[in-house]
Ligand binder design. Structure first.
Ligand SMILES: [Zn+2]
Length: 729
């Protein structure tokens, strides 16, 4: 009872009250909007009698933040009530909020306030306390919900069949109750096995929806705390950062780099050490219950939640908490480089001037003063072929470093032996401190001037062109500005590999048979999305126009696919679909396909119309490169989330067989429907509901009604369209 009494008292004195007159029914989107979205923030909180926002103080307390000198809010048990405060009921509602007798006034701490205070604490490098209690805040769940419900795969269920569909306040409250009494348990991530090229299978974790929600809340808290502490040199999985910020930093700030050290940590994300990570968390977060929750999370297998889809940067994408956790651990590497290696390998303010260059420069100046313009010009041409600074100044060293997820790159100005030493130091540090292996053969040291280094799917090379001159902003003199700059290029082999998928025999573009069953609109859209993904990703490249080759191959393949589908010639396809589109003042020849809609303008998908112009202001999005290969096709079918036999949407999973041959050799007679269907679909996989799958596995007869093959195709096409459109944004 004393607990309840103190809670009651505490709550009674809250000056910030939340007016929640009618609680919305459990419809999810409406609820989020009503509670969170559109109402302006000011309306949500009423400041009673103009008192300072006391909630802040209470949040500070909860976060373990030393609070301001105590005001009147913390009263003794015997003090009198503030006359205006609503009397408490002593009843404590679920969640952090408490309800008054009328059930109308609810105290609520905004998620932003909580996170803001954690951020403040992170900035000052102070440890966090009482973090577990933050997990009782309903507001954080609503924020988390708003962040993840749109995510790809959010609607795909995990071990249980709950999806965000059934999301409600009651559910959040139940979750909070479970956490409060430590009844909450992480369910092991559902493992769906996707076949790999080499015949092996790769697990793909699909956490349950409530677990995703709790994970997102944890992620929000960790991000708020660690984000201000992370190094500026780390760019992966961080807000407002990405491949583009990493690459731009190299382009603008790494002038004169002599050696690149390409860091490659062998299987970094599979090998992240849980104990090290927990120890790091323990250092910063003084809350045993929270740490135990994290330990359980690791045990449930959520740290292995990385998807190794092929992305343009070559960096795998994690689940919800794994990216930030990997950053927390690898931050130690950043700090090691920053605090140990960089100071060790920084020497001299500027490079020495080249005496040879200076001599000729002075001579040229003298000749010009004497009026011997011709001689002066000859000397000028001579010195401009020389570097103006000493290239290997023994008193000058610089070391640069960037990291994106497990991929890091160092740029070094100095001799090769020292570059080797740096690599060795990195290797030792990773081994001793992080228990990670620096892959010896993949960690290359490349000479920037003569070889290209690879980073995030780009080729990096030190540019050199004595003839190209630009005006210096400060002195207005013409100089060889481009020299020593780091150029970003689309690698030839990337263009080659991307084109390869559209090429058949004798390197001629071919149609894509797996797309034939879809509508024209979806086919055009699929090609465009794939091409646009690549074009967007390489917007920082100096040689972006090289993508023209890929565009041509893809366009031919697209035309052939459409021709094949309608059994007409390619020129007929162009006749039907060709159009002109004006983009940035330039006219482009494009292909278009549309779907008429009733009472609305038709949906139009366009192929082409993307200018291949370098754009250093671009924000690169990390995308998977291919929508179309057997694996992603299976992912799409899985995402379509219905049984390809009976149409049910319950507990959908994938049925695999080892070889098509097995189907034809099927011993029973006649061949059951599922065998016929797999033969008709020409696939070694069939997406099935649990009921059908069980029946097939155990050879039981299927007595329920099945849908036809055409219905499967129609349903799949419709689902695909929505998936593609959701990727369009
Ligand atoms: Zn079924």
């Amino acid at each position: 009872m004393p607990v309840a009494a103190s809670l009651k008292r505490r709550h009674r004195n809250k000056r910030l009250v939340y007016k929640d007159v009618k609680r919305k029914p459990a419809s999810n989107r409406g609820m989020v909007k009503a509670l969170y979205g559109e109402r302006p923030a000011m309306n949500r909180f009423k400041e009673v009698n103009g008192a300072p926002k006391r909630t802040t103080t209470s949040v500070m307390r909860k976060c373990g933040i030393a609070y301001k000198p105590q005001g009147s809010w913390r009263r003794s048990r015997h003090s009198s009530q503030t006359p205006r405060a609503t009397p408490g009921t002593g009843r404590r509602a679920a969640g952090i909020g408490t309800e008054s007798r009328k059930g109308k006034v609810r105290e609520m701490r905004t998620a932003e306030t909580i996170l803001g205070l954690i951020r403040e604490r992170g900035k000052r490098g102070l440890p966090l306390e009482r973090v577990y209690k933050l997990l009782y805040s309903r507001d954080l769940y609503l924020m988390a919900y708003g962040k993840i419900y749109r995510n790809k795969g959010a609607m795909t269920h995990g071990v249980t069949d709950e999806t965000p569909d059934g999301m409600s306040l009651a559910k959040i409250d139940a979750l909070i109750e479970a956490l409060r009494y430590e009844r909450f348990e992480w369910l092991p991530a559902r493992r769906t096995y996707l076949p790999k090229k080499n015949g092996k299978k790769r697990p793909l974790g699909m956490p349950v929806w409530t677990d995703k929600l709790v994970q997102e809340v944890i992620r929000l808290i960790l991000e708020a705390y660690y984000e201000p502490q992370f190094s500026d040199r780390s760019h992966g999985f961080r807000p407002e950062r990405g491949c583009h910020t990493a690459l731009k930093e190299i382009h603008y700030k790494w002038k004169g780099t002599v050696w690149f050290i390409e860091g490659d940590i062998a299987k970094c994300f599979d090998n992240l050490d849980h104990e090290l990570l927990l120890n790091k968390l323990k250092e910063d977060i003084h809350d045993t219950r929270f740490i135990e929750l994290m330990r359980d999370l690791f045990d449930a297998g959520y740290m292995e939640d990385w998807t190794y889809n092929e992305t343009l940067s070559g960096v795998p994408q994690g689940g919800i908490v794994s990216p930030i956790l990997s950053n927390i651990l690898l931050d130690k590497l950043d700090k090691f480089v920053e605090n140990t290696l960089i100071p060790q390998y920084t020497r001299g303010a500027t490079k020495k001037r080249n005496p040879e260059y200076t001599k000729l420069w002075n001579a040229s100046k003298l000749q010009r003063q004497k009026g011997n313009t011709e001689e002066a010009e000859r000397l000028r041409n001579a010195f401009q072929k020389l570097p103006s600074k000493v290239t290997s100044d023994p008193d000058y060293r610089r070391l640069n470093y960037v990291r994106y997820a497990d991929d890091f790159l160092c740029g070094f100005i100095g001799p090769k032996e020292e570059a080797e030493a740096i690599k060795q130091q990195l290797k030792t540090f990773l081994q001793d401190e992080l228990k990670l292996e620096l892959s010896e053969e993949k960690t290359l040291i490349t000479h920037a001037r003569s070889e290209a280094a690879r980073f995030l799917g780009y080729e990096l090379i030190r540019l050199h062109d004595d003839c190209q001159r630009t005006k210096r902003a400060d002195t207005q003199t013409m100089c060889r500005n481009i020299n020593t700059q780091i150029g970003l290029l689309v690698p030839k082999d990337v263009i080659e590999a991307k084109s390869q998928r559209y090429l058949g025999q004798e390197r001629k573009a071919k149609h894509r048979s797996e797309l034939l069953e879809y509508e024209d609109y979806s086919i055009v859209l699929a090609y465009q999305l794939e091409y646009r993904g690549i074009a967007n990703y390489y917007q920082l490249a100096h040689n972006m126009y090289h993508l023209n080759r890929l565009k041509w191959v893809m366009e031919t393949s697209l035309a052939k696919t459409l021709a094949h589908k309608h059994k007409v010639s390619v020129s007929k396809v162009y006749e039907k679909h060709a159009a002109k589109l004006k983009v940035q003042g330039r006219e482009y020849k494009v292909l278009q396909a549309s779907v008429p809609r009733e009472g609305k303008p038709p949906l139009v998908a366009t192929w082409g119309g993307i200018p291949l112009k370098r754009n250093m202001g671009a924000v690169l999005e990390e995308r998977t490169t291919r929508l179309w290969n057997n694996r992603t096709e299976l992912v799409l079918r899985l995402l379509a989330d219905f049984c390809e036999l009976c149409g049910s949407e319950e507990d959908v999973e994938v049925h695999h067989i080892h070889a098509m041959r097995k189907l034809h050799e099927y011993p029973g007679r006649p061949k059951p429907e599922w065998v016929q269907r797999m033969i008709a679909l020409r696939r070694k996989t069939l997406v099935l509901c649990k009921r059908c799958h069980m029946a097939i596995e155990h050879g039981l007869p299927i007595t329920w009604t099945l849908i036809t093959l055409n219905e499967v195709k129609a349903q799949r096409s419709a689902k695909l369209k929505t998936i593609l459109e959701s990727r369009m944004r």
